[in-house]
Design a protein. Structure first.
Length: 249
């Protein structure tokens, strides 16, 4: 698991993050863990990460591929706030078996087990993370969550405790709130049955050739797909793979 940690410290650390990210950072106070995201002003996803409460501030646990850009963006917003950003040299581990001392529960879904921050070497317990993600339709950074393209409500962040609608303003909040108050989302992530295989990002076509969605992570004959709900129907294919939508619950 290639992750990077960023320490956010200083007298204004909590207020600084609270005005930027989609979740309530105070839920992490006292050693808690929350999952959150940073959005554009237009409400599109830029990055997702965990926020861990630490003495004197917070640690941000981000995918390594996003950490540098995330640090740069946070620095742009810092202005005159009493906030320091610094890399943290500590290992991130996760698992679904017995939790080691100091581990915290993954806040997205109970099936995702625990996360641990600190020294020492923890052995991989062999968890099939793709199978868990497909089973519970949990998006992954850079796969189902695409910078400057994804919208977090279509990606399921409300269901997975990644957004708080009572915390107040944050970047992209107005667009996100408007989407929530629509009668119904027109598209989003869902589980599909897949007969065959197709590369990540393969378009899903209707029987008449119109595009119905995109197929992403696959495991055990099922997959996560971004679908236009009004185009779900029989005869869908992603490349040579046959795709059938599971009932939306």
């Amino acid at each position: 698991m290639d992750r990077r940690l960023i320490a956010v410290t200083g007298a204004d650390a909590a207020d600084f993050l609270q005005g930027l990210v989609t979740n309530d950072v105070h839920r992490a106070d006292g050693g808690g863990l929350v999952w959150s995201a940073l959005l554009t002003a237009q409400g599109k996803y830029l990055a997702d990460f965990f926020i861990l409460g630490r003495e004197g501030g917070y640690w941000i646990d981000a995918a390594a591929a996003q950490a540098e850009d995330l640090t740069r963006r946070l620095g742009m917003y810092r202005l005159r706030a009493a906030v320091d950003l610094a890399p943290v040299e500590a290992r991130v581990a996760r698992g679904t078996g017995p939790a080691p001392d100091g581990a915290v529960a993954d806040p997205r879904h109970p099936a995702l087990g625990w996360r641990h921050y600190g020294g020492g070497v923890l052995e991989d317990d062999g968890t099939d993370w793709d199978a868990i993600r497909v089973e519970h339709v949990i998006p992954e950074t850079g796969i189902e969550l695409i910078p400057n393209e994804s919208f977090i409500l279509e990606a399921g962040l409300e269901r997975l405790h990644g957004v708080d609608f009572r915390k107040g303003c944050y970047v992209g909040q107005e667009v996100t709130a408007r989407m929530r108050h629509k009668t119904e989302l027109r598209k989003g992530l869902m589980q599909v049955r897949v007969e065959g295989e197709a590369p990540l990002g393969t378009p899903i076509l209707m029987a008449d050739g119109r595009e119905a969605g995109t197929l992403y992570t696959q495991s055990g004959g099922r997959g996560i797909a971004q679908m236009r709900f009004d185009r779900i129907g029989p005869g869908m294919k992603a490349g040579d793979a046959v795709v059938t939508a599971e009932p939306r619950g």
